[in-house]
Design a protein around this ligand. Structure first.
Ligand code: HEM
Length: 149
């Protein structure tokens, strides 16, 4: 999310934590929850829900949801301290701006969150990680709403 990321100039993985004995690097959230494989599973499950949801499915312009899945995964991996591939390929996230062409009303938000909730639950993360991830996703989805109703 733009708002959350602006106050954090460096990715979490670059913070120096003295005495950790791990080359001065703090473990990122990305690493702690299982890295790439975890994010692959998260977005794969989420897009299964999107594919079966008539309202959301109609919002995605491409016939193939694969590229959209890659973009969301890349963004989330980067946000949580993984590789910065998303911004290398897409530039600054500016997510509210990128959603402006789509009608994101409360119905769309709740559907998005329904499928994301199923995907997060499926990961079976430790409760602390699960609540951190879910809290972020819920707030991000609420902040993406750009239409009444
Ligand atoms: C609230 C309900 C939401 C709806 C209905 C929605 C829908 C969409 C649609 C239709 C697209 C365009 C297709 C695509 O390029 O993938 C898109 C793109 C995207 N969305 Fe969402 N979205 C929602 C919330 C979110 C949230 C909360 C996040 C992040 C946590 C997010 C991250 C992204 C990303 C990273 C892209 C690709 C942007 C790009 O690089 O062009 N979306 N979304």
């Amino acid at each position: 999310m733009e708002q959350q990321s602006t106050g954090t100039p460096e990715p979490a993985g670059e913070q120096v934590v003295p005495g950790t004995g791990r080359e001065g690097r703090a473990e990122t959230f990305y690493e702690a929850v299982g890295g790439h494989d975890t994010f692959v599973r998260l977005v794969a499950k989420f897009y299964e829900g999107v594919a079966a949801d008539p309202v959301l499915r109609a919002m995605y312009p491409e016939e193939d949801l694969g590229p959209a899945e890659d973009r969301l995964r890349g963004f989330l991996e980067q946000y949580w301290g993984g590789p910065g591939t998303y911004s290398e390929e897409r530039g600054h996230p500016r997510l509210r701006m990128r959603h402006a062409p789509y009608v994101v009303d409360t119905d769309a938000r709740d559907r998005w969150l329904l499928h994301m909730r199923a995907a997060v639950t499926d990961l079976r993360l430790a409760p602390m990680y699960e609540s951190v991830l879910w809290d972020y996703l819920e707030r991000a989805a609420w902040s993406m709403v750009n239409a009444p109703g």
